[in-house]
Design a protein around this ligand. Structure first.
Ligand SMILES: [Zn+2]
Ligand SMILES: [Zn+2]
Length: 133
C-alpha cells in the first residue's frame, strides 16, 4: 500500500498504517499515540502529514476540535468526486467513514468552485443505540 502511494516503507510508517487499518473507525492523533506506545507523538504526526500528502489517508473535521484520520480506498485521489459521507456518533465520540456514500453535490452560483467537502452527519451509532436499549 505504501509503495502504491510512492511512500518508502519504514518500520514506523508500517506500524502507523497497520494501527489505522485495524481501527474500525477513524482515529485521532491522540488515539494513535495511545495505540502506539513505542512511537512518540511528533513522529506519528509527521507520518500522518506524509500519508496525507500522498493521499494514503484523509483527514476529517468532525467538529470535535481534533482531526480524525482514516485510510483512503485504493483508487481514492482525494478529489471532490472521492469525498464521502462521515458519521460522528455523539454518544461514543467515534467517527465513521461511509466510503460507499458519496458526499452530495450542490449546484453553486456561477464563479464558485468546490475544492473540498466536509460532510459530517451526527447522531447515534448502532452499538450505542443497542446499549441504550
Ligand atoms: Zn456510538
Ligand atoms: Zn472517510
Amino acid at each position: 500500500m505504501l509503495a502504491r502511494r510512492d511512500i518508502p516503507p519504514t518500520a514506523i510508517r508500517l506500524l502507523v498504517l497497520d494501527a489505522m487499518m485495524q481501527a474500525k473507525q477513524s482515529v485521532s492523533l491522540a488515539d494513535l499515540d495511545n495505540m502506539l506506545d513505542t512511537v512518540d507523538k511528533s513522529t506519528i504526526y509527521r507520518t500522518l502529514t506524509l500519508f496525507l500528502g500522498h493521499h494514503l489517508i484523509h483527514s476529517i473535521d468532525d467538529g470535535t476540535g481534533s482531526f480524525k484520520y482514516a485510510v483512503c480506498g485504493d483508487t481514492c485521489s482525494c478529489d471532490v468526486a472521492d469525498l464521502h459521507t462521515h458519521f460522528h456518533c455523539e454518544c461514543c465520540n467515534r467517527t465513521f467513514c461511509f466510503t460507499n456514500l458519496p458526499a452530495p453535490m450542490v449546484k453553486l452560483p456561477e464563479g464558485f468552485t468546490i475544492e473540498s467537502i466536509n460532510y459530517v452527519l451526527k447522531g447515534i451509532c448502532p452499538e450505542c443505540a443497542a446499549r441504550k436499549g
